[in-house]
Design a protein around this ligand. Sequence first.
Ligand code: C2E
Ligand code: MG
Ligand code: MG
Length: 616
Amino acid sequence: MSDYSHILKKQIADHLHSFDAEAIQGFINAVNESYKKFDMDQRTLEHSLTMSARELVQANEEISAVFQAIPDQLFHLDKEARIISYQSGHCEHYYIRSERLINQLLYEVIDPEVVDKFSICIKQVLHRGMAENFEFVIVHDRKIYYYEARLMPLKDGQILALVRDITERKLASDQIAYLAYHDSLTGLPNNRLFKDRLGQAISHAKRNKKILAVMFLDLDRFKLINDTMGHGIGDQLLQVTSDRLTESVRDTDSVAFNRIAMSSSVARLGGDEFTVLLEDIDDIVAVNRVAKRIIDNVSRPLFLNNHELYISTSIGIAVYPNDGEDVDALLRNADSAMYYAKDEGRNNFQFFTGSMNKTSMEQLVLENSLRKALQNNELFLHYQPQIDIKSQKITGVEALIRWKHPEKGFISPAVFIPVAEDTGLIMEIGEWVITEACKQGAKWVKAGYKPIKMSVNLSAKQLKADHLCEFISNILTNTGMQAEYLGVELTETAIIMEPEMALARLKEVKALGVELSMDDFGTGYSSLSYLKRFPIDVLKIDQSFIRDIKVDQESALLVKAIIAMAHGMGMEVVAEGVEQQEQLEFLRVNNCDTMQGYFFSRPVAANEIDVMLEKN
Ligand code: C2E
Ligand code: MG
Ligand code: MG
């Protein structure tokens, strides 16, 4: 950079006289070329200028030709910062406040706002003897213009100042920043920006002893529309919703709340989830009104591609400071309240209350849908064959419950059975299972297949019920199923919790002629000798032991011992979770009676069992 100033200094000072048009053009080209790279590489520019300048003809006209080629504004200042010469460059210069420039002090012709910046920089350049630059901003006609000034020392304390308009470059980088903080589909602030704003709003509310509200919104059945009508419509729907939300919270102070000052912002968190932040609230009634307005606005019918669509939203609301004092707590609690709103039948809003934590909410929602599942025929049974290891024939099936939720799809029994047990719904569900399984068992017999055993799982609660035996007995009569082909599976824990009751009940069941199986054996705390007291016919070794047979010596030994001891006590042994040939081999060698597992078949629908029984 000192090369550059040196050369320029020379050119200006020397007043050379020859004129060579080609050389000037060459320099201009070089300058233009370099300018393209200027933003990236200041040094390249200086280098090119230096190199080209060497070849430059030396005259004042040439210097001004050079100046004209440069898009920057250029000032040649004397040591008092008086303008010796000036080149206006190719851009608007809103920071200059005078028509007359030559022989004026720079400080008198520029915007007073930037005088300090120039004077400090000039002092630095003179002091250090090297180029310096700085940026400044001018507001003109309500628009912001960004400039970059670059000052270079010449001889005798003179200075060359170049000022460039960098507004476009700034806006481009602002654009990038904008994209990082906004959702590209709706243009709304995204999750990141929303959290930033909420954080600031919380600090503000804390300082000013105000309250604020966070609304968490989820569109009702959006997935259904998106899946059935396509993502194009889905996207449009989100855009319309975004407009409607913005509209609902706009001008909140003037229109809806008279003198209540309140500011608001809407954001899209992703998918069909939106948030609304309401600040500077004096009264919770205001929040109520906004929520109500959102519900009304969003549920207005809309037309997209000739379809009339209806959408609604469920809103959860958390209020600072009562429902949380930081960003995460407020969002989490608003989300929980939203779940609650969904559960209340959608298209409504709910304020968070302390009892709404998310897991219990999800549990509650699950419980409610489970209640409906029974009525809506969402429950059905699959059957997994049990194979006699010696004969390789199907000797029975285990009935396993399945639930296809209309929106969430398949839900595992491992998830909903515990909920059913907690809420007592298991009684109703369990009775449905026994009924269904007996109907199916009787159907197979009627179809002429060799009778096989039908096993159903019983939960601890069912075992406790006084009317269990009466119920089973009635079902057997009603369906025409023979007791000897029905089996019930119980876990160790179900028995051990109340052993006396269990013993009495099991004896009753057994008296009906129904077979008793101990399910998942090895996962509870009991020993085989303890179980001896109960009238158990079949021991099912838990799949965790079978899985490890081949890799874990101890599991193998244990399985071997369980089979031997169970046989010694007159029980049959079923191995659960058999997935591989090697496991089957091991079981065969060790005299296990029956196997059940993916190796033979996964649990399947009844008609698939038909096919297997056909071949059996
Ligand atoms: P469970 O009674 O031990 O049933 C066996 C589970 O092991 C079933 O899971 C079955 O799909 C799975 N399974 C079978 N073979 C294999 C295999 O080779 N590999 C692996 N990895 N898994 C295998 P599912 O159907 O998910 O049922 C889970 C549990 O839910 C059952 O365990 C049972 O405790 C309970 N359950 C299912 N249906 C009912 C029901 O009608 N009433 C009650 N009270 N509980 C039920
Ligand atoms: Mg079972
Ligand atoms: Mg089991």
